[in-house]
Design a protein around this ligand. Structure first.
Ligand SMILES: NC(=O)c1ccc[n+]([C@@H]2O[C@H](COP(=O)([O-])OP(=O)(O)OC[C@H]3O[C@@H](n4cnc5c(N)ncnc54)[C@H](O)[C@@H]3O)[C@@H](O)[C@H]2O)c1
Length: 189
């Protein structure tokens, strides 16, 4: 995305062949990457799990719904699987697809989203679009991903948000249910 196209992001993302960067290559991230690749877009998949990345590079799927042939076709079309975060700088839009399991007291564990945000901070360049696909409550993007203006740190933004929730001023929220959870790891999420 160049400076000119930043003034017209809708035109840029509908009319050009842009590159999607996916963080987290699981049940959500991997099919998303393949959809991007099939649509003729650039596709860069980043995961912290070395064994998953190595397997994907070999064209072997670890996701039930994804066929090995789809991986092989995507790689032949230029899709990349990597453990190297700097490759995400090549993306025009970055999609966060990391886990957000419910922890004790049924609070979402947002540590994976925080970690992905730190990765983006390290590699981001002006004009990139960041999309949070992970399930969480309204306000997560503001609190964990977008650096707040006015000198407010993300931790301060979180505290401000928590105060709003405690005062009963926040909208009620729910985490959306998983469509696929073959191992039953996140019951109730
Ligand atoms: N599975 C579903 O049907 C479904 C539906 C809607 C929403 N969601 C949400 O999507 C998110 C992802 O779910 P999933 O089922 O794809 O999870 P998953 O466990 O199948 O895949 C997550 C991947 O993220 C990787 N990862 C973890 N931390 C990372 C980091 N910091 N940087 C890079 N990679 C990292 C893991 O190694 C793993 O490969 C969750 O928030 C989930 O609630 C899932």
């Amino acid at each position: 995305m160049n400076a000119e196209s930043r003034n017209d992001p809708v035109g840029f993302f509908t009319e050009t062949s842009w590159t999607a960067g996916i963080i987290g290559l699981g049940y959500i991230g991997l099919p998303l990457l393949l959809t991007a690749s099939r649509s003729g877009l650039g596709a860069i998949g980043f995961d912290v799990d070395e064994s998953i990345v190595d397997q994907l590079k070999l064209g072997a799927s670890h996701i039930d719904d994804v066929a090995d042939d789809d991986l092989i076709n995507a790689s032949a079309g230029g899709a990349t699987f990597t453990q190297e975060p700097s490759r995400l700088a090549e993306a025009d839009a970055i999609f966060i697809c990391v886990p957000s399991p419910l922890g004790r007291n049924r609070q979402p564990d947002l540590s994976y989203i925080e970690s992905a945000s730190r990765t983006i901070e390290e590699v981001a360049r002006p004009g990139q679009l960041v999309v949070l696909e992970s399930t969480s409550y309204p306000g997560t993007t503001e609190e964990y991903i977008v650096p707040s203006g006015g000198g407010e740190s993300r931790a301060e933004a979180r505290r401000r948000r928590l105060r709003r929730i405690c005062l009963g001023k926040a909208l009620p929220w729910r985490c959306s249910g998983n469509r696929a959870d073959p191992e039953g790891r996140w019951r109730g999420n």
